[in-house]
Design a protein around this ligand. Structure first.
Ligand SMILES: CC(C)(COP(=O)(O)OP(=O)(O)OC[C@H]1O[C@@H](n2cnc3c(N)ncnc32)[C@H](O)[C@@H]1OP(=O)(O)O)[C@@H](O)C(=O)NCCC(=O)NCCS
Length: 141
């Protein structure tokens, strides 16, 4: 076991949220690595943006664009072989915009045991747009 595994294994582990399904699950591959040996932050950011757009798209049933990244934290590294799961939920609805919280968990499956860690947490703002790419009112529920 590496030092990282050892310290994570002895900590109280995170667990995947049981009450909802991830919107994306993807394994981290060697081509996604940075020279430091962990996964490139931009790879994770890209999946976070895609994951966050999913509940927004489902809510408005039309196109949305990312307007802002309100917060973004890389809490723990992701490594090659980790199974990465992104959970996303709308936490605020305005007139045309929605804030979506995205939580990312890594299951360190390649190490022979299941260690689950929350690796990233972010809040992004998506805006519903019309055919002229202008902000569009979110439909009533
Ligand atoms: C999204 C876009 C059409 C909105 O245009 P805009 O002139 O900012 O529109 P508005 O000022 O009316 O704001 C629209 C909504 O965004 C919100 N908003 C604007 N700036 C924001 C910011 N910095 N952070 C969070 N929300 C913001 C507004 O509060 C408003 O929400 P509401 O209607 O729920 O109150 C325009 O900014 C755009 O095209 N941006 C580029 C999007 C893009 O290419 N993203 C990357 C690829 S998907």
């Amino acid at each position: 076991m590496s030092d990282t595994d050892q310290s994570e294994a002895t900590q109280i582990q995170d667990s995947l949220p049981e009450y909802r399904l991830p919107v994306i699950r993807v394994p981290a591959r060697p081509s996604d690595q940075n020279p430091g040996g962990s996964i490139f932050g931009g790879w994770i950011m890209s999946y976070v943006d895609i994951a966050g757009s999913i509940p927004a798209l489902e809510r408005v049933r039309g196109p949305v664009v990312t307007r802002a990244v309100d917060s973004f934290e890389f809490k723990k590294p992701v490594f090659v072989g980790d199974l990465v799961s992104c959970y996303a939920e709308i936490v605020y609805e305005g007139r045309t915009s929605m804030k979506v919280r995205v939580e990312v968990y890594a299951e360190r499956l390649s190490k022979g045991e299941t260690i689950t860690v929350k690796v990233t947490e972010a809040v992004l703002t998506y805006v519903a747009i019309d055919e002229y790419r202008r902000p569009r009112q979110i439909p009533k529920k």
